[in-house]
Design a protein around this ligand. Structure first.
Ligand code: THU
Length: 159
């Protein structure tokens, strides 16, 4: 028996330590929370994706009375980006969430399904997606989905 240790690396920022571009992206993710449709959870999530050509696409969670039919903000955003701009790799994805009258104090952790979709998008464009998880107190940045989804399953497992 031996141990396998997998390391994740995150940088932790205060908002005013981010670059101008990242501040703008995070603000767009926060703003996208206002367009959330979340009558069941009242948990509004917004995301903003910066594409290689500079375009920023935003999205939010869209819920449904038949709960599993709804979609998270990250997937709304990535699917919209990839369908509207199929030739543009996603460079950075920022995520924010608003609940009970304020944005989350701690960085919003994306769900497992969204992590898998970020992975697929990385594989599709053959490049990592930098991820910014917004919290009012601090913001986490990682350089790719491997830090959020270690030991991941992708198409190479089926070769
Ligand atoms: N949600 C997201 O949109 N993104 C996440 O990263 C976590 C959860 C949504 C799904 C659902 O509409 C609500 O938040 C509560 O789970």
């Amino acid at each position: 028996m031996k141990n396998l240790t997998i390391k994740s690396v995150f940088k932790v920022y205060h908002f005013d330590e981010l670059s101008d571009a990242d501040q703008k992206l995070v603000l767009k993710a926060k703003d996208a929370c206002k367009k959330s449709y979340a009558p069941y959870s009242n948990f509004a999530v917004g995301a903003a994706a910066q594409l290689a050509n500079g375009t920023v696409v935003t999205g939010s969670n869209q819920e449904n009375a038949a709960y599993p039919s709804g979609t998270c903000a990250e997937r709304t955003t990535l699917f919209y980006a990839n369908s509207e701009y199929p030739d543009q790799p996603v460079k950075t994805l920022a995520v924010a969430a608003y609940n009970q009258g304020s944005y989350l104090a701690q960085p919003i952790p994306p769900c497992g399904a969204c992590r898998q979709v970020v992975l697929e998008t990385e594989k599709r464009y053959k490049q990592p997606i930098r991820i910014l998880l917004y919290g009012e107190k601090e913001i986490y940045e990682c350089q790719g989905i491997a830090d959020l989804l270690p030991l991941s399953f992708d198409a190479s497992a089926m070769d």
